[in-house]
Design a protein around this ligand. Structure first.
Ligand code: ADE
Length: 238
C-alpha cells in the first residue's frame, strides 16, 4: 500500500512510524510512506501557508491554495483522500478494515485552527480519531496509518493475529498472560495452562463476552465478514 500525507510537519508522522512493526513494514516494502509539504507550493518570499480567519477570531487558518497544489502533486486516479478533522466520522476498527482495502491513501493534515473550509470537497472522507482537539491532524494520521498498516497482509508475522483480536470480532479481547505462572501471588487462569485447545478457546470467548458486557456494552457485536481484510469494502464514496 502507498500512503502520502499532506503536512507542514512531515517529521511528526515520519518519526513515530519509523519504529517497530510499521518501521519494518516500510523497510520491507509492505508500506510506502511519502510526504508533501504545502509550504513547498507557496510563491511569496515568506512561504506563507496561513492567514487570519475571516470574521475574526483567534489563531490562523491554513490557506486553501498551497494545500490544493500539494494534494494535486500526489493524488492519482485510485487515491482515497482523507481529511483529518475533529468533525469527521469517528475512526474505529471497521474504518481501519475498510481503509486497508485501498491501494493509495492520502491524508490531509490541518494545523493551527484548521484549513480553509473550501478544501473539504477535495476529500473523499473526513475522519476524526476521537472527541478531543489535537494541535493538528498529524498525530491522528499516525494513529490511523498504524491501525491500517498492521492489517496489510504480511505486516504481522501471523496474519491470524488480526482475526481474534479486540474489536475485529466486535468484542474486547480476553486478557493475555506470559511466564511466570504465578507472579507476586497472582496465578494465571488455569484454563490457559491446561493445554486443551477447546477449553482455552471457550475460556477466551467467554471471558471476552463478559469483559465486553462489563466495560463496553455499547459494542455492537461481530463485524460482518465482508468488512474483514480481503472482503468487499462498503460505506465510502469511492
Ligand atoms: N485534528 C485535530 N483534532 C483531531 C481529531 N480529534 N481527529 C482528527 N484530526 C484532528
Amino acid at each position: 500500500m502507498r500512503v502520502d500525507a499532506v503536512t507542514l510537519f512531515p517529521e511528526m508522522i515520519d518519526r513515530p512510524l519509523s519504529e517497530s512493526i510499521v518501521g519494518r513494514a516500510r523497510t520491507e516494502g509492505f508500506l510506502e510512506l511519502g510526504f508533501v509539504n504545502p509550504r513547498d507550493f507557496t510563491e511569496d518570499r515568506h512561504r506563507t501557508v496561513d492567514d487570519k480567519p475571516y470574521g475574526g477570531g483567534t489563531g490562523m487558518v491554513m490557506m486553501a491554495e498551497p494545500v490544493y497544489r500539494a494534494l494535486k502533486k500526489v493524488r492519482k486516479k485510485n487515491s482515497f483522500v482523507i481529511l483529518l478533522t475533529p468533525k469527521g466520522r469517528r475512526f474505529d476498527q471497521a474504518a481501519a478494515l475498510e481503509l486497508a482495502e485501498k491501494k493509495h491513501l492520502v491524508f490531509i493534515c490541518g494545523h493551527y485552527e484548521g484549513i480553509d473550509e473550501r478544501v473539504t470537497p477535495l476529500a473523499d472522507m473526513e475522519l476524526s480519531i476521537g472527541d478531543y482537539v489535537l494541535t493538528g491532524g498529524e498525530p491522528a494520521a499516525v494513529v490511523v496509518i498504524d491501525a491500517v498498516a498492521r492489517l496489510i497482509p504480511g505486516v504481522l508475522k501471523k496474519d491470524d493475529a488480526t482475526v481474534n483480536e479486540t474489536f475485529t470480532g466486535g468484542l474486547l479481547e480476553a486478557p493475555h498472560y506470559t511466564r511466570p505462572g504465578v507472579w507476586r501471588g497472582k496465578a494465571v487462569p488455569p484454563a490457559l495452562l491446561s493445554g486443551n485447545h477447546k477449553l482455552i478457546a471457550e475460556w477466551r470467548s467467554g471471558t471476552a463476552r463478559e469483559l465486553t458486557a462489563k466495560e463496553r456494552p455499547d459494542l455492537a457485536g461481530p463485524v460482518p465478514a465482508e468488512k474483514k481484510p480481503g472482503g468487499r469494502s462498503k460505506g465510502f464514496k469511492k
